[in-house]
Design a protein around this ligand. Structure first.
Ligand code: A3P
Length: 333
């Protein structure tokens, strides 16, 4: 009722005031980037959304949460997960597969952007959603809703994907400049953007702490946190789809010989890039409003950084990666 709606609005107001009081900087120039006391950066909306999610999200052991940094393969892993989980109801080759009308970001919404969207000031009722519920997040492991990381306890499943920091950065730089162009702002130079990236002042940055947080969680609880790399997915996507299916408790059965390959084909960059849902569809993101689904598709390859970064910038990023990942067991790509 009304009292409930008012309490929800108060919760959003409370966290909005809290975030407004945090240190902030201009980051990549799409608005203030706030620094959370846990050491990560985000725009106001997603940070408020993450705090509301922490306070309100009641996870179930059957939930599956995709976790990524922006531009590290979120769209791809969302598509692969959705197609895998729903393959009985929606065979990947079906002419009426949901992907023909809905983009992956519409199929699996972000907790902090779309589910707990600060613009609505409304805590949605997620109880009636059928299992398994699929959600996504960009927040670091330390900032996941407390019910997700419930310990001891089953918590729920988390699927993390990371990508070479140089490619993640180049993809982010292109994305930011596309959004800036839409707002009539001049493009950012790659040098300036790289400074910000190395300083960690990018959405959900620093990059390195984000990856390390999920890597350590994966080492500690491999049955709860799956850890994939974009480049390895590119090398053998079908093997990754099979691991994903096993991880979420839906392994491919005897009669499903070609199912993993069919899912890989359905979710391939070239295929998804041609779908009407990509060409004509839009996704509502809290920070930048409605974006064309095509903004999530650019080249979809590993190593494109070579075409955009000077050797100095590439070496600078590699040096940070080596020093931050040293001793963690994580190797550079
Ligand atoms: P590039 O900009 O390097 O091309 P995110 O989905 O996390 O926003 O990341 C976007 C990046 O993933 C973009 O990288 C995009 O082209 C790539 N991408 C999107 N869909 C993909 C798919 N189905 N397969 C492989 N890469 C994909």
């Amino acid at each position: 009722g009304d009292a409930h709606a008012e309490a929800n609005q108060q919760l959003y107001n409370h966290f909005t005031n809290l975030v407004s009081s945090l240190p902030s900087s201009n980051g990549l120039g799409l608005g203030q980037v706030f620094l959370h006391s846990q050491g990560w950066h985000a725009y106001q909306g997603p940070m408020v959304g993450a705090m509301v999610a922490d306070a309100c999200f009641a996870s179930r052991p059957t939930d599956i949460i995709v976790a990524t940094l922006p531009k590290s393969g979120t769209t791809w892993i969302k598509a692969l997960l959705y197609a895998t989980v729903h393959r009985a109801k929606h065979p990947p080759d079906a002419a009426d597969h949901p992907f023909h009308t809905l983009g992956p970001h519409e199929c699996i919404p972000f907790l902090e952007l779309q589910v707990y969207n600060y613009k609505t000031g409304r805590v949605p009722d997620l109880e009636k959603l059928p299992d398994p519920r699929l959600f996504a997040t960009h927040v670091p492991f330390v900032a996941l809703p407390r019910s997700v990381v419930a310990s001891p306890g089953p918590g729920c499943k988390v699927v993390y994907v990371c990508r070479d920091p140089k490619d993640t950065f180049v993809s982010l730089w292109h994305f930011i400049n596309k959004v800036r162009a839409k707002k009539g702002k001049e493009p950012l130079s790659v040098e300036f953007a790289a400074e910000q990236f190395c300083a960690g002042v990018t959405p959900l940055g620093p990059y390195w702490e984000h990856v390390l947080g999920y890597w350590r969680a994966h080492l500690a609880r491999p049955e709860q946190v799956l850890f994939f790399r974009y480049e390895e997915m590119q090398r053998d996507p079908a093997a990754h789809v099979r691991r994903l299916a096993e991880f979420v408790g839906l392994p491919f059965g005897a009669g499903e010989d070609s199912a993993a390959d069919a899912i890989v084909r359905l979710c391939a960059f070239e295929r998804m890039n041609e779908l009407r849902a990509t060409k004509d569809g839009k996704t509502e993101l809290a920070v930048i409003g409605a974006v064309d689904n095509s903004i999530f598709f650019r080249r979809g390859v590993a190593g494109d950084w070579m075409n955009h970064l000077s050797p100095e910038t590439a070496q600078r990023i590699d040096a940070i990666t080596r020093s931050k990942f040293h001793g963690s067991g994580l190797t550079s790509v």
